[in-house]
Design a protein around this ligand. Sequence first.
Ligand code: IVH
Length: 675
Amino acid sequence: MNQEMADRLERLREQIRFHAHRYYVLDEPVIADGEYDALFRQLLELEAVHPELVTPDSPSHRVGGLPLETFIPAEHVSPMLSLDNIFSVDEFAAFEDKVRRYLKTDEPLRYVIEPKLDGLAVELVYRQGLLAVGSTRGDGQVGENITAQLKTVASIPLRFLVDDSLPAVPDELVVRGEVFLPRQAFTQLNRQREQDGEAPFANPRNAAAGSLRQLDPKITARRPLAFFVYGVGNPEVLAASGQKSMLAMLAKLGFPVNQLVTVCNDRQEVEARYRYLAALRHELDYEIDGMVVKVDDMDLQQRLGATARAPRWAVAWKFPAAQATTVVETVEFQVGRTGAVTPVAYLRPVEVNGVMVRRATLHNRDEIERKDVRVHDTVLVQRAGDVIPEIVKVIDGQRCGREQPVVFPAACPECGTPLQTVPGEAVIRCGNRYCPAQNLQKLIHFSGKSGLDIEGLGKKNVEQLIGEGLIRTIPDFFRLDPARLATLDGWGGKSAQNVLQAIEDRKTLGLAQLIGALGIRHVGEVTAGLLARHFADLDQLKAADKEQLLQVDGIGEQTADSLVAYFQDRENRETVEQLADLGVVVRAEAPKQSFLDGRFFLFTGTLQTLSREEAKQLVKAHGGQVSTGIGQRVTDVVVGDKAGSKKRKAEEMGLAILSEADFLTLVNTVNKEER
Ligand code: IVH
C-alpha cells in the first residue's frame, strides 16, 4: 500500500472534517468557502485515483454513492418511541402532577426544553466512533437503512471529533435526532419542482422525507438537509447525569445541538418558554411545531421509564394547528406554464390562523385518490407558514350522499386540446404550445419575481395587457406603446411611464436571470445559474448540443433534452433573436474571483493605522486569506514595527514583503478596480 498517499489523504480528510464542523455545526467557518471547496475537490480527485484508499468515514461520501435497488430493514437497538402531545397550560400541569405522583415527590422538577423540530426522526449508530448505520424510525422497532443518504447530510458527523475532555469514546453509541429541510431550501426546491412541471412538496417535512427516501443518494446530496441531535438510544454508555449534559457531550463529539435548548426550573418558566417559542417560531429558518419538555435528571428519567408508545419523562407541547374545517365547493383545473394541469379545490372561505383560505391545491390524481376528496365534502384544511394551503383529510362523518367524485378533464379546460398522461408521472399535460393559459403563465413568469421582476407588472396587469392585445409574446414587453398604455383602464400617464422605465431598466440583465425568465421546462432558477456559470452568453447556450449540455455539473438528461428542444424550435429562436434586436443585453458579469483570491497574508509586528482585525477584514473582503503562521501557503507578508523572526523567515523564503503603506495602497487599488 502507498503509505505516503494514505497519510496524505488522512491529513486532507482531517482538515476537511475540521472545517466542515466549523461551518455546518458551529456556523463559524475559519476559511473561505473557495478554499474549502478546493480541499474537497482535491480529496475527490485523489480518491478517484486511489479508490483502494477510500475509508468509510471519508467526507467524500457526502456527495452520495451508488443508487440502491431497494431499502433494507434496519432494526433499532432500543425502540424509537413517540411522544404524548399536550396543547395547554392545564395539560402541562396535569403532566407534571402525573410525573410527581409517579416519583412520589413534591420537589420542583428541572426540565430541558427543546424546540420540536418538524422533520424526520433518524437513528445513527456509531461503532468505534465511526458512523456505521443510519436508519429511519419506521414502526419504531424496525426502520429502513438509509446510511448512504444520511452520509450526505453535511451536519451529521461521519466520525466523532476527538476531544480530550471526554471520557473514553464508547464502542457503540446510538444517536437520535431530526433531519429537516430549512424553510428557504424548501421554498427553492418547490419553485424548481413547479418549474420542472413536478408536483410541489406539501410542506418541508414531506420534502425532507422525500429527499431522504431516495434510492439514489446523489439526489439526497443535492438537497441541503440539516440535522439536530436530541437523544441517545443507549444513554447508559455516556453516563451523563442529565439531558442537558448529555447534549453537551454530544456537541463535543461533533453533533449539532439546537441553540434554543434551555433549562427551566419550574412550571412558570416552562409556560414562559412556550410563549416565547410560539412567538419566535415564524422567525426561524426551520419549522417547529411545538416544544419538547424533558425531565432533565437521567436517574429520574430511568425511574419514570416509558409506556409502549412514549416515555413518561417527556411530553410534546404542541402549537395550535393552523387548521379549520370547510366545504369543497368545486374543483377546477389550472394550466401551468409548462402545460401541467393541476387540480385546485375552491373552498367555502374559511379563516385559518388569521388568513382567509379560499383555495387548496390537490396536487394530482394520486393525491385526490389517496385522500378520496369529493366535491361538496367537508374537509379539514391546513396552512403551515408560507406553504400553499392543503386539505389534510375528508371528515367522513359529514358525508350526505350529495358528494361528487372529482372528474378529470380529457381535454385542456382552456384550449380544448386532448390532455396527455405521461407514463410514470402523476402529472397530466396540455401539449398545445399556443394554449392561451400556458402563454399567460409564461408571460407572468417572464415579468414576475422568478423572471425579470418588472415592478408594476404583476399578474393582473399582464392579464390586462394580453386582453387588450398589447402583448402576446415575450418580446412584446419591449414594444409597449406608451400612448396606448396610458389610455388603459386604471393606467395614467404616470404609471405607464413608470412601468416603461422599469422595463427599460431590465434590458441589461444577468445571463442566469435571462435564461430563467424564458421559462424553459426543467430550467428553474438553480439550473439557470449552473448554465450561466458554464456558458459565456445565450448564443453559446443556444448552440450547445446534448453532449455539451451534459458536461455542465448538475445538468441531467431531462434538462439537456428540454434545452435542445427549446432552442431547436423556430419560435423560441425568434424570441431570443428579437430580444437581442430590441436591446436586451446580457451584462458582462464581474469575474467571480476577487482580486486577492489565492493570496495568503501574514501580518507581523505592530501596524500604525490599522488594527489587526481591520487588516484581516480588508484581506478577506477582497477574497484573500489570512494566515497566522509562516507556512507554505503564505504569499505576502505585511510587516509593522518591531517585526521579529517572522520577517527574517519571510526574507529567507523570498516572499513578497509589504509595509503597512504598501498594503494600504494595494487594497485601495483593489477597491478601485473592483468598483
Ligand atoms: S425526543 C423518546 N426531542 O417528535 C423521545 N423528539 O412526536 C422521543 N421530535 O419521533 C423523541 N424534535 O421525530 C424528541 N427535540 C426533540 C424533538 C423530537 C422533534 C420528533 C421526533 C419524534 C417525534 C415524536
